[in-house]
Design a protein around this ligand. Structure first.
Ligand code: HEM
Length: 202
């Protein structure tokens, strides 16, 4: 039995895809600034990166407001319950076509591994990038608060963390019902849940 469930509200979907676009653009312009490749031209990359960075600060603030003023934060409270099962599933069970160990609902849509990862993303990785990025703007302006060397090390380290997150995240999106099912759900808001599989076999 399949059941259509409204999983992602409009704001969540809009936030998600804007965040994806911005992070992609920040990584692209950021690594051009870093000297990894030449694409837009250094000067353009530097200016656009700062504008995108400011847009990111605003988008992040809207996300934080949504997070703290709705009950959505409840889904992010970390737990060790089921964490090992979830890890074992991605390491092994998934290759044996075992059912997903976590039963997703619109209220509790994050499995224990997602809770930890998204918490690290929202409370560590993005704040790290935003704080160092905003300080960077002042360094570039000539107001040095922290050695640009360390700033550069931390901001670039954070960029690698976020890219690792994005790569893992995109792989994970393919592990739903079908390869594109989870992506479709984040576009339309609706997800088809397989009642039987999700409830009983795990
Ligand atoms: C996902 C988020 C972000 C990524 C992946 C990212 C990536 C990068 C990278 C790789 C660099 C080059 C660092 C170096 O080689 O020293 C950089 C520089 C910089 N970033 Fe970010 N960044 C992000 C967010 C932000 C934010 C939110 C701001 C805030 C305004 C910001 C402002 C800056 C500035 C001002 C520079 C230096 C530009 C220059 O030297 O002209 N970044 N970023």
């Amino acid at each position: 039995m399949k059941q259509k469930v409204y999983m992602y509200q409009k704001f969540e979907r809009l936030w998600h895809w804007l965040q994806a676009l911005l992070i992609f653009f920040l990584a692209l312009t950021g690594f051009e600034i870093h000297g990894s490749f030449s694409l837009f031209g250094y000067q353009n990359a530097a200016v656009w990166h700062t504008y995108a960075g400011i847009a990111e600060v605003i988008l992040f603030a809207f996300g934080a407001f949504w997070f703290f003023t709705t009950r959505i934060w409840k889904a992010y409270v970390p737990t060790t319950k089921g964490l090992i099962d979830q890890m074992m599933f991605y390491a092994k069970g998934i290759f044996n076509h075992e059912p997903h160990p976590y039963k997703k609902t619109p209220e509790m849509k994050l499995n224990p591994l997602q809770r930890l990862t998204y918490l690290a993303f929202g409370f560590f990785m993005m704040p790290l990038m935003i704080i160092t990025g905003v300080i960077y703007v002042f360094v570039v302006d000539g107001t040095i608060v922290i050695s640009p060397f360390w700033l550069s090390i931390i901001h670039t380290f954070g960029a690698f963390l976020i890219i690792a997150f994005v790569i893992t995240h995109i792989y994970m999106t393919t592990t739903g019902h079908t390869i594109l099912a989870d992506t479709k759900a984040m576009i339309t808001g609706y997800e088809e849940l397989d009642d039987e599989e999700h409830h009983h076999h795990g």
